[in-house]
Structures are given as structure tokens and as C-alpha cells.
Write a protein that binds this ligand. Structure first.
Ligand code: ADP
Ligand code: MG
Length: 671
């Protein structure tokens, strides 16, 4: 990945309000193509106005050299490295056509060819612009509050923990958390969300987003290279460079096809000669053959629709990391959801602290220990516990030896006590969570307390809460009942996906069956698999895959990372997801909205249909024109027009997915 920090550092002193667009004539290919076009038009005018033939000959020749030298050079270089590319074949065809007197056709071929090359260069430059533009939007300087003073520093020199002052109308200089003030922030650059969102103390903000009318104080949470905006830029960069499966396949056969085509061209030239045909006729037919059989349209069939779909999805808050992923999304036969943070909002609250009888702790004492232990965890449940302690103004002691076991819980030493917090199943075995005694051989006392613990857990779970057990020095001391609200769009999303794939999604969660079943009912999921550890989620996905399902897994936590990597496509919920999850996932939903998932699947399906349509168009044109040339008499200009025409149709077809209406159509098409 390109170093985003370096890029950010290179951008000029005053941050421009909008990204600078590469101007047309800054692109060399466009200059050459334009010159070639002008020479062609002047030549044509000369020819039609009856000027002496040497004059328009010279103009056409100049046109061919201007437009053709670059592809010719590139083609020769490729040949030197023992690959034969289509560019070279087109130049040879043009030279061939001119050598038998068809100068206008030869020059026209070069002009059209150079123009399509220039269009490609323009598309690439625009993509690069948009990547650079994202980074350009982050300010270069920031006002930091250090020792009560306001200092202006380079944004890239900010360190984690710095408090930055953001004035009204400023762009925010770093990823961080609001620690003072309130404002509306326009996050469109990151999430594609058109409306500003209210941000106040405790909320997360992103570098490059635009502050509204309030003044904010922000604590820096990430270094410049980890900013979400820098990561997005890196992802887009990567997506452009990685190729879709279909494209790789095409490139593999392109080589053999090109070589076969040269052989066929020679045959088309030589065989009629043996039958006594005139050299000129035969050469003309062979040149026409070479042009119409070129796979230009085939080469352009795949990547433009997929890249356009990636760009459109990106603008609407879904980052798809590669064309291969965009291609695969549409083949999804079943979606698997994680629960906490994915189908639920991931901002849970501690509803009850049930201190077990016979322990010497108060609610506050339990919460204080629990919050101190959870302080180092990124899990939504951990954040709920820490928040609950803050709400009660409990000062948190330092924790030592913090360890997290994803999907199970955490432990640490607090004030000399060994504290463990986690799921009843993981800490106590499945039996305890069902309200049964753990073992026959236990003493009566142990059996009693274990039964009480089981009851407390079952009680919380039957109320739809997630039960978390707090264990202190080996003895369970409390059960926390934690509630989380469903995302408002969960049910609609599940309904859409059920309709699209023909089967309801499956729910994979580390939480208990009792807690989960109500949520499953509400959102319309019937297949729920509960009490899963991270590795169990992987096993569940493998099992579904062995039944022939193509699974798209949606999750947010570290515990989901292995499952995301196993699924055909792994999607991370960016609002709540951990860094590891973001890295493992194939796609990231940055705008915290589940409905984008069916939409992006519908968009991928459209892109796939376009690829197939494109390949069909390309193949049909080639088949018809080649047959026409071999069996009848295909005039060279018609051959050139047909070939370039199909190339342009295919190229424009791909761009159709670039418009905002493409996203809207995918939104309505998903249901
Ligand atoms: P999900 O699969 O629904 O996202 P997780 O796998 O992240 O849930 O967690 C499964 C269970 O493990 C939780 O319900 C909770 O009981 C326990 N757990 C995991 N991490 C923690 C933590 N940091 N603190 C407390 N409990 C935890
Ligand atoms: Mg989760």
C-alpha cells in the first residue's frame, strides 16, 4: 500500500477546499490523441477538397505517427519481454492498411485507437484524483492545546492523546473522540452520508470531515497513517490494482488468442494467394481480419463495470477492496450475520448488576472492578461496563496483565485480585448457564452457589439480556445483565436478503440461545447458532460452504475475523469494527447502515450482468465481422467502424454503473 502519511505530508501548505482534478491536457495520451485527431481532420479536409495527394498523404502519415508511436513502442517493448499485446497488432494492421493504399482507413484506425487509449488514461487519472482528493481534504495544520497553550502544529506530527481545537467551518485534522463542545459534522467524504451528524462529547470524528457551526475539542485517537481516510485511500488504490477473476482469465487467454490471431492472419493472406488471388485483395482481407478479430472489446468488458461499481459503492459508504470481491458479492447464496454490533447497535447498556448472595461486594464495588478490567477491551460489552462505571462516577483503578480471549471474555489483575469477566458458557461450562449444578462430587455449598449463579444467568437471559459473569479470585461474584437495542434497519435488511437469496440469513453468535432467540424472531431469522467461539463460527461457515453455499459473512468484532476470512466474502461493520476486522474483511460498511449490504449485492449482480452482456457483444461482433470478412467482402472502413464501435459500446456500458442512479436502482432492485 502506498504510504498515506507521505502523501498527506506532500500536499501543499493551505488545504484546498476541493481536490484538484487533473486537467485534460496534463495527460500525455490525450495530447497525442488530440494532435493525431487534428492531423486526421486536416488531412481529410485536404483529401475531400481535392488538394494534391502528397499533401494529405503526408498529413495522414503524420497523424499515424503521432497517434501510433506510443502504442507501437509499448507493443515492441512487450514483444521484447516475449508477450504479444493487442496494441501492437492494431498498429501493424494500420501500417498494413496504409501500405496497400488505404491511408485514410489506416489513419482513422490509429486515431480511434489513440482516442480509446486516451479515455482509459483519463479514467485512471480521475480515479487517482479521487484517492488523492480524499487525502487532500485533511488539513495540514492543527491547533493543539498543550500546557494550556494553543499551538499550531503539522497534522502529521499529532500524537495519540493530543487535544485538538476545531473551530467552526474547519476540517477536522485527525481521527479522534470529542472531549468538549458540540457541533454538526459533515462526514460525506468518509461515509457518503449526505446529512451532517450531531457530534458531542464521547462521539467519534474522522480526519477530513467538515465541522459545522460549533467549536469542538478532540482527543486524537490514531496516528496519521491509521486515519480512516488514509485507509480508504489505500483501499481504493489497492482495488484498482487487483484484478477480477474473469479479468485474470481473459488476460491468460489473450496471449494465446493474439498469437493464434497472427497465425490466422498469415493464413488468411497466404492461402488465397495459392489459389491465385491478387496480392492486394488478399492483403486487404488479411488486414481487415486482423482488425476485426482483435479482442479489444473483450479486454474492456470486465474491469470497467466492476471498477465503476466499486466507485459507486464507495461513494455510498461501502468500501469493496478489489474487483474480485465485487465480482463475487453477486454470487452470494446465503448471508451470515454476527449478532452483537452487527444486527444490534453495538452500544449496549448495563441494565442490572446482580450481586450473588454470600459475597462481600456491593454493586458499585463489582462495577468498579469489572470496569477496571474491561478498560483495555474494545468489545461493545466492555464499553458498556466502563460507561456504566463512569455514569456512577466510580474512579477506576489500574489493571495489570490484561488479556482478552475473543468470544469468551477478558481477565486482568486489579488491586491484587484476579478478575475474569465473560460469557457464562466460557467461564463456567454450558451446564451452569442452564441453571444446573456443575458436578456431583462438589460440596453442597458449591452446588448451591452454582445453582444460584445458574438461576441468575437464566433470569437475565430470559429477559433478552446478555448475561456476563464476573469472577473474582476464582469465585463468581456477580452477573451483569446487558441490553442492546436492535438496529432499526435489521428486520428490513434480513427481509431483503431473504428475498434475494431465497433463504433467510443465518445468525452466528457467541451469546446464549435464550438471549438471541427473541432478536432472531424480531428480525426474521430462523437459523440461529449460539454459544459459538470464534473457531466455531469458522466451522459453521465451512459446513455451510460444503453444502455448496456461497457465504457472505457480516461481522464487527475481533471474534468475527477468522469467520470473515473463511467466508467467500467477509464484510465488516466499520462503525463498530476493530482494526483487525477491518483488515481481514473484503469489504467495509463505513456508513453504519445494514441496508447497504443488500444494495451492494444487487449492484454486484448488475455489474456481473453487464460483464456478461459486454462479453456477448464483443464475441458477437468478432464472430459476425470475421465471418463476413472470410466468406464475403467486408470493406476495411466498415470493419474498422464495427470493431471500434463494439469497443466503444462495451466501454460506455461499464461506465453506466458510475452514476448515482445506479446505486438508487440497485436499492430498488434489491427488493
Ligand atoms: P457476538 O458473536 O454476538 O458478536 P462475541 O463473540 O463478541 O459476541 O461475544 C460472545 C460472548 O462472550 C458475549 O456474549 C460475552 O458473554 C462474552 N464476551 C466476549 N468478550 C467479552 C468482554 N470483553 N467482556 C465481557 N464478556 C465478553
Ligand atoms: Mg460482534
Amino acid at each position: 500500500m502506498a504510504m498515506p502519511t507521505a502523501v498527506a505530508a506532500r500536499t501543499g501548505a493551505a488545504a484546498p477546499p476541493r481536490a484538484r482534478r487533473t486537467r485534460l491536457f496534463e495527460i500525455a495520451e490525450i495530447r497525442w490523441a488530440a494532435a493525431s485527431l487534428v492531423l486526421f481532420l486536416v488531412g481529410l479536409a485536404a483529401q475531400l477538397s481535392g488538394a494534391p495527394s502528397w499533401s494529405w498523404w503526408a498529413l495522414y502519415l503524420a497523424c499515424a505517427v503521432t497517434g501510433g508511436w506510443e502504442p507501437a513502442l509499448g507493443g515492441l517493448q512487450a514483444l521484447w519481454e516475449k508477450t504479444l499485446d493487442v496494441d501492437l497488432l492494431m498498429v501493424v494492421a494500420a501500417i498494413g492498411a496504409m501500405s496497400i493504399g488505404q491511408v485514410t482507413d489506416g489513419a482513422l484506425l490509429i486515431v480511434i485507437f489513440a482516442t480509446s487509449g486516451a479515455m482509459e488514461a483519463l479514467a485512471t487519472a480521475r480515479t487517482e484524483d479521487s484517492v488523492r482528493g480524499l487525502l487532500d481534504l485533511t488539513p495540514d495544520a492543527a491547533v493543539v492545546l498543550r500546557d494550556g497553550d494553543e499551538q499550531t502544529v503539522d497534522a502529521t506530527d499529532l500524537v495519540i492523546g493530543d487535544v485538538v481545537l476545531v473551530r467552526p467551518g474547519d476540517r477536522i485534522a485527525a481521527d479522534g473522540t470529542v472531549v468538549g463542545g458540540a457541533s454538526e459534522v459533515d462526514q460525506a467524504t468518509i461515509t457518503g452520508e449526505p446529512l451532517p451528524v450531531d457530534r458531542t462529547v464521547g462521539d467519534e470524528v474522522f480526519a477530513g470531515t467538515l465541522n459545522g457551526t460549533g467549536t469542538l475539542r478532540i482527543r486524537v485517537d490514531r496516528r496519521a497513517s491509521d486515519w480512516v481516510v488514509a485507509r480508504i485511500a489505500g483501499l481504493v488504490d489497492e482495488a484498482v490494482r487487483t484484478k477480477a477473476g474473469t479479468q485474470l482469465f481473459i488476460e491468460k487467454i489473450e496471449q494465446r488468442y493474439s498469437i493464434g490471431m497472427v497465425a490466422a492472419t498469415i493464413a488468411v493472406f497466404v492461402v488465397p494467394l495459392l489459389w491465385g488471388e491478387a496480392v492486394r485483395e488478399s492483403l486487404l482481407r488479411a488486414m481487415t481480419f486482423m482488425i476485426v478479430a482483435s479482442p479489444c472489446a473483450v479486454v474492456l468488458a470486465t474491469m470497467p463495470p466492476l471498477l465503476a461499481a466499486i466507485a459507486t459503492a464507495g461513494r455510498h459508504g461501502v468500501l469493496v477492496k478489489s474487483a474480485a470481491v465485487m465480482e463475487q458479492l453477486g454470487t452470494t447464496t446465503r448471508v451470515a450475520f454476527d449478532k452483537t454490533g452487527t444486527l444490534t447497535r453495538g452500544t449496549p447498556e448495563v441494565a442490572e448488576i446482580h450481586v450473588l448472595p454470600g459475597t462481600a461486594f456491593t454493586e458499585d464495588a463489582v462495577l468498579r472492578l469489572a470496569a477496571a478490567t474491561e478498560h483495555g477491551s474494545e468489545h461493545p460489552l466492555a464499553e458498556a461496563i466502563v460507561r456504566a462505571a463512569r455514569q456512577r462516577d466510580l474512579p477506576l483503578p489500574e489493571a495489570e496483565d490484561f488479556t482478552a480471549e475473543p468470544g469468551r471474555g477478558v481477565f486482568a489483575t486489579v488491586e491484587g485480585r484476579a478478575v475474569r469477566i465473560g460469557s457464562p458458557t466460557a467461564l463456567l461450562g454450558a451446564k451452569a448457564s442452564q441453571g444446573e449444578a456443575t458436578s456431583q462430587s462438589d460440596s453442597d455449598h458449591a452446588r448451591d452457589s452454582s445453582a444460584r449463579l445458574g438461576d441468575a444467568v437464566a433470569d437475565q437471559q430470559s429477559r433478552g439480556r446478555t448475561a456476563v459473569v464476573v469472577v473474582c479470585d476464582g469465585a463468581p461474584v456477580a452477573v451483569l445483565g446487558i441490553t442492546d437495542r436492535d438496529r432499526q434497519e435489521s428486520a428490513a435488511t434480513v427481509a431483503d436478503l431473504t428475498r434475494m437469496t431465497g433463504t433467510p440469513p443465518v445468525l452466528l453468535t457467541g451469546d446464549s440461545h435464550i438471549t438471541t432467540s427473541r432478536l432472531a424472531d424480531r428480525v426474521g431469522i430462523t437459523d440461529l447458532r449460539t454459544d459459538l467461539l470464534p473457531e466455531d463460527k469458522v466451522t459453521a461457515i465451512r459446513a455451510l460452504q460444503s453444502e455448496g453455499e456461497r457465504i457472505t459473512m457480516v461481522g464487527d468484532g475481533i471474534n468475527d475475523a477468522p469467520a470473515l476470512a473463511t467466508a467467500h466474502v467477509g464484510i465488516a461493520m466499520g462503525g463498530t469494527a476493530s482494526d483487525l476486522t477491518l483488515q481481514t474483511a473484503d469489504a467495509v460498511v463505513v456508513r453504519d447502515d445494514l441496508t447497504t449490504i443488500p444494495t451492494v449485492i444487487a449492484l454486484s449482480r448488475r455489474a456481473r450482468r453487464l460483464v456478461i452482456a459486454n462479453l456477448t457483444i464483443a464475441a458477437t461482433f468478432i464472430a459476425v465481422l470475421v465471418t463476413w470478412d472470410l466468406l464475403g467482402h467486408l470493406p476495411l472502413p466498415l470493419g474498422v467502424a464495427g470493431h471500434e464501435g463494439s469497443t466503444i459500446i462495451v466501454a460506455l456500458n461499464g461506465l453506466r454503473l458510475l452514476s448515482s442512479s445506479a446505486w438508487r436502482r440497485a436499492q430498488s432492485g434489491r427488493s
